[in-house]
Design a protein around this ligand. Structure first.
Ligand code: G6P
Length: 608
């Protein structure tokens, strides 16, 4: 989703802004722009399309001299992608420039009021309202004007602001949209995400809701909405910039798929001591674990899919009822959150607007909340009662792979911990489960090394129109993910169905040559799914099967079989996902799609 960068210091700002924006490209965007104070005026350049266009337009920033500036990559919400709707936005006389992430919900009302006062709008964006509103309240003190605006706008925002009257300063402010600031060797920086400024500093300040920052070349001052100065603690970023670079791989997605064995190990190992599972961050006593009556797993996208798997695993192992829900539904449906309910929010970014809102709903209802989050210090991580971090490292490709795999691990650990504490599994059984978990990284590696077979198969299906994924139990959960992965990066229509549900409608879509990918990793369900495979095959489907090495029977029905090594039936998704990721990846690149930055999608969906 949109990205923000800001710089004020002793170096030329424009190249630093362009460089920072490039690091945020992965978040998804459709246009980009920068504004730089040239000593007299604020100059602005913006353009629809890739950042490359903006770089060419400004000769890599050389035609925009100045040591203070703000930049933005936009993912359209209000107003179509266009040069004029791209950020930054000016007030009437171009003396204030604003970049904005988020959505101003009451912008219609504010725009009407401002227009009645004579403001002329150039764009269709909600952001332009902020620029005009700042102008309206500005009486020489930027801080006072910003605080005033904050009292009037509703919605979410992270803003970077330049005032022509205050050339030695830039301002940053946020509510419900991530923003960080930091000080580098030559100046101060703003960013919506760490990779944009990691080259310049490792010490960053996470801006909290309704906090304002005044940045000068050598100082950072923090204020609350009442304009009182406040103290903030910095955070040191532990990971290296190389973690956010391709490191020789053709695409981030491929690199991140290959990082899965390590990511899984890093998430698993610190929580295993001998044959015990220790999740100190859980912050729950055994008594509290025993008193859990119900678990909600709430998330979006692939994180939601891990929740669907976790439902089978937690209910199966710990015998606690689990409801899995899309955050966008949960937040508005007034769910029954009674005593003994634990709400688990799963999120890679920790900033997904719906997941964050769902977390707040749960907190407001007074139930215990737990985040399973990848980005350290993100909003969900900070606001949940407790957080289990998935140590996947920075994930750049829009389509998640390694974060997904680590979320599964965190959920398995939770299931096993609860199962043992509640007496549902014995010490010996736990030891067996742990042994199988520890084998996963190696098994994942094995599957990754088998990629040419999948690549060959994928190349035959580049022209597919529809693909169906079917499975039962956890195989249904992985079908959801396999289908999403394929459609999001290859733009081929695909659907996932619980295999037994096919004949209630979807089977009518099967035609001669339609690709159906069947996942069968649950021994007791092999026969059931195989009869569904026969049903589609007899209607002309071409069948791909992903199954366990011992299920050679599948070859009798399927046209192509991919085997996964044997593991505990609860953990098979960690393995079955690998060929499905590889399949989606190779179809995507075979079709010439932008695999890391698929159209219309964003890495972190920070607006509703
Ligand atoms: C976007 C991403 C998905 C991700 C989903 C939830 O749609 O493209 O890959 O699964 O958001 O994101 P989160 O950061 O909350 O896991």
């Amino acid at each position: 989703m949109c990205g923000i960068v800001g710089y004020i210091g002793t170096e030329q700002a424009a190249p630093i802004l362009l460089d920072g924006l490039e690091k945020l490209e992965y978040r998804g965007y459709d246009s980009a722009g920068i504004a730089v104070f040239d000593g007299e005026n604020i100059q602005m350049k913006k353009s629809i399309g890739r950042l490359k266009v903006l770089s060419e337009l400004t000769h890599d920033g050389a035609t925009m001299p100045g040591i203070a500036g703000i930049g933005h990559t936009r993912w359209a919400t209000h107003g179509a992608p266009s040069d004029v709707n791209a950020h930054p936005h000016f007030n009437g006389d171009a003396s204030i420039a604003v970049v904005h992430n988020g959505i101003i919900e009451n912008y219609g009302k504010l725009k009407k009021k401002l227009m009645s006062k004579g403001c002329e709008f150039r764009s269709e964006t909600d952001t332009e309202v902020v620029a005009h509103l700042l102008d309206y309240y500005y009486k020489g003190d930027p801080l006072a004007a910003i605080a005033h605006v904050m009292h009037h706008v509703e919605g979410s925002y992270a803003l970077g602001i330049l005032f022509q009257d205050h050339p030695g300063e830039i301002y940053a402010v946020r509510k419900d949209s991530p923003l960080i600031v930091g000080k580098g060797k030559t100046g101060s920086l703003i960013a919506s995400d760490v990779p944009a400024i990691l080259k310049y500093t490792r010490t960053v300040y996470f801006i909290e809701n309704e906090e304002i920052v005044r940045l000068t070349a050598d100082s950072l001052n923090f204020y609350n909405i009442d304009e009182e100065e406040i103290e903030k603690e910095p955070t040191t970023i532990e990971w290296d910039i190389s973690a956010a670079e391709k490191g020789g791989y053709e695409h981030f997605m491929l690199k991140e798929m290959y990082e899965q064995p390590k990511a899984v190990t890093d998430t698993l190992n610190p929580r295993i001591r001998g044959n015990q599972i220790l999740i100190e961050e859980l912050g729950m006593t055994d008594e509290e674990i025993r008193s859990v009556k119900k678990i909600f797993i709430v998330a979006c996208g692939s994180a939601y899919h891990t929740g669907v798997t976790a439902k089978y695993v937690i209910e199966g192992l710990a015998r606690i009822p689990v409801e899995v829900e899309l955050a966008s539904e949960f937040r508005y449906r007034n769910p029954i959150l009674s005593e003994g309910t634990l709400v688990v929010i799963v999120s890679q970014s920790g900033e997904t607007a719906d997941s964050l809102a769902a977390l707040r709903e749960a907190k407001a209802a007074g139930v215990r909340t737990l985040g399973i989050v990848n980005v350290v210090g993100s909003s969900i991580a900070r606001e949940a009662d407790n957080v289990i971090y998935t140590w996947a490292g920075p994930e750049i490709a829009v389509a998640t792979t390694k974060a997904y795999s680590t979320q599964l691990i965190a959920e398995y650990l939770l299931a096993l911990k609860f199962a043992r504490v509640r007496g549902q599994i014995t010490e010996d059984e736990l030891a067996d489960y742990i042994r199988d978990l520890k084998r996963l990284p190696q098994q994942i590696e094995l599957l990754l090394n088998n990629k040419t077979k999948i690549q060959r198969f994928a190349n035959r299906y580049l022209a597919a129109r529809d693909v169906f994924f079917i499975g039962r139990g956890v195989d249904y959960a992985i079908s959801l993910e396999g289908s999403l992965k394929l459609k999001e990066i290859s733009y081929i229509h695909s659907e996932a169905y619980a295999a037994g549900e096919l004949k209630h409608g979807t089977i009518s879509l099967i035609e001669e040559g339609t690709l159906v990918a069947a996942v069968l990793t649950q021994e007791e369900l092999y026969k059931k799914t195989m009869s569904n495979m026969v049903e589609v095959k007899s209607r002309g489907a071409f069948l791909l099967a992903v199954t366990n090495t011992d299920n050679v029977e599948a070859e009798k029905i399927a046209d192509y079989v991919i085997y996964i090594p044997k593991t505990n039936p609860y953990f098979t998704n960690s393995l079955a996902v690998i060929p499905l990721q590889l399949f989606a990846y190779y179809v995507s690149i075979g079709r010439g799609c932008d695999v890391d930055k698929p159209r219309n999608l964003a890495k972190s969906v920070t607006v509703e």
